[in-house]
Design a protein around this ligand. Structure first.
Ligand SMILES: Cc1cc2nc3c(=O)[nH]c(=O)nc-3n(C[C@H](O)[C@H](O)[C@H](O)COP(=O)(O)O)c2cc1C
Length: 400
């Protein structure tokens, strides 16, 4: 692939030399573009020697008057590492006062940014607002790592390592934007049903599958609303997070956001039972045996199935046995278009807390599709591939 590597003026500029070397090793053609400030940190000669190409630096000291346009057209992907706070601000606002920023505006391919800066600069509202703009524009962001920074502070801001940036480049190169203009509603995580002010019943759902779906949908250009029970995960960038606790709260938020959604994916592990009358005070420990009388929670998926009109409905079935039969039964009884079934419990290390999963997709019309063990993020993309096929088939059937 023909890659443009933009280097900004930060301490981490020296690490970009390693990135250039890695990309070359991987068989890419690399053209480096440095900002004026970047040259204060590393000499262009280092990059020229590594890539075998003259480094582009000055907008006005080049052979052709429109070289930035020609360079933009000749290359397939633009990665900027390190993306400084200043560069991110310029890109977000479309300023074009040097070769790299002018080239950025002329470039139409995928863009990957690997920010690196002092933790306070990273967390500043201005930087975060610029970042949100760039995410919304569809650019891949390689999150900075946390740790000891050159400025002596500790926190997020360290340039991701070259392997991580190279992997993000690979992903961006193959990224489809086939969910652009689509509103996707995703539920994730467990719910917590209180027993008293300090205790609750919940389940082992980590939220990883739902969050992976949200990340995949956003990367493919969708507007994503993620309604999540309590989890320990950062929300994916560019996603609207609605935090809930109980099944009743989840139902309320789902119904509120439903009118906007074209695709609804219920990946949350919603509690099936709850205590209707929660005591105001903590229940004291006694020697006596305690029994709980639980009532069913609202069945959100069934309610969605009854309402189904313009949106496509995908449910999840976590089963401990008879996976395919149980998942199909759920699809029929809840009127879903697809049910994603996975086996949980037992000796399997897959499912709830794992980063990987192995699932079977049960479709309303068509054969079951088994997806072998893969990362939840990869499974998420496969689910959207099938959702889009389903939608096309439904449109074709309806003649629209
Ligand atoms: C020693 C030193 C280190 C710096 N490191 C960073 C950094 O890591 N990230 C950053 O955003 N800015 C950093 N800066 C500030 C940038 O160099 C400055 O904002 C510059 O205008 C950025 O230029 P650019 O837009 O070409 O990247 C640093 C400045 C100095 C003097």
């Amino acid at each position: 692939m023909k890659v443009l590597l933009g280097v900004g003026g930060g301490i981490a500029a020296y690490k970009s030399a390693e990135l250039a070397r890695l990309l070359m090793q991987q068989g890419h053609e690399v053209q480096v573009v440095m900002t004026r400030a970047a040259e204060e940190f590393v000499g262009p000669l280092t990059f020229a020697a590594l890539t075998g190409r003259k480094v582009l630096t000055n907008l006005f000291a080049i052979e052709s008057a429109i070289e930035h346009i020609a360079v933009a057209q000749e290359h397939e992907l633009l990665v900027i590492a390190p993306a400084t706070a200043d560069l991110m601000a310029k890109l977000a606002h479309g300023l074009a006062d040097d070769f790299l920023t002018t080239l950025y505006l002329a470039f139409t391919g995928p863009v990957v940014l690997a920010p690196a800066m002092n933790v306070n600069m990273w967390q500043h509202a201005a930087t975060q607002a610029n970042l949100a703009t760039l995410v919304k524009r569809g650019h891949g962001i390689v999150e900075p790592g946390s740790g000891y920074l050159a400025c002596g502070m500790t926190g997020p801001g360290r340039l991701a390592d070259p392997e991580t940036i190279a992997a993000a480049i690979e992903r961006a190169a193959h990224q489809r934007r086939d969910l652009e203009g689509e509103a996707v509603l995703i539920t994730a995580g467990p719910t917590q049903e209180p027993l008293d002010p300090v205790r609750y019943i919940s389940n082992r759902s980590s939220g990883k599958m739902g969050y992976a779906l949200a990340e995949a949908a956003a990367a493919r250009g969708a507007q994503v609303i993620l309604i999540s029970g309590p989890v320990h995960l950062p929300p994916p960038r560019g996603v609207e997070l609605v935090a809930v606790r109980t099944a009743a709260e989840m139902r309320e938020q789902v119904m509120q956001h439903l009118p906007a959604a074209g695709i609804v994916i219920k990946a949350a592990a919603v509690a099936d039972f709850h205590l209707s009358k929660v005591p105001d005070q903590k229940v004291k420990k006694t020697a006596a045996r305690v029994s709980l009388e639980l009532d069913p929670t609202p069945d959100i998926l069934a309610e969605l199935g009854r309402k189904k009109g313009d949106f496509l409905l995908v449910g999840f079935a976590a089963e401990t046995q008879n996976l395919q039969q149980e998942a199909r039964r759920k699809l029929e009884s809840k009127n879903c278009d697809m049910v994603v079934g996975n086996l949980v419990g037992g000796s399997s290390d897959l499912g709830f807390e794992s980063d990987e999963n192995e699932v079977v997709l049960i479709l309303r019309a068509g054969k079951d599709i088994s997806l072998p063990r893969a990362s939840k993020r990869a499974i998420a993309d496969r689910i959207f591939d099938e959702v889009l096929k389903l939608r096309l088939a439904l449109h074709a059937a309806n003649g629209s």
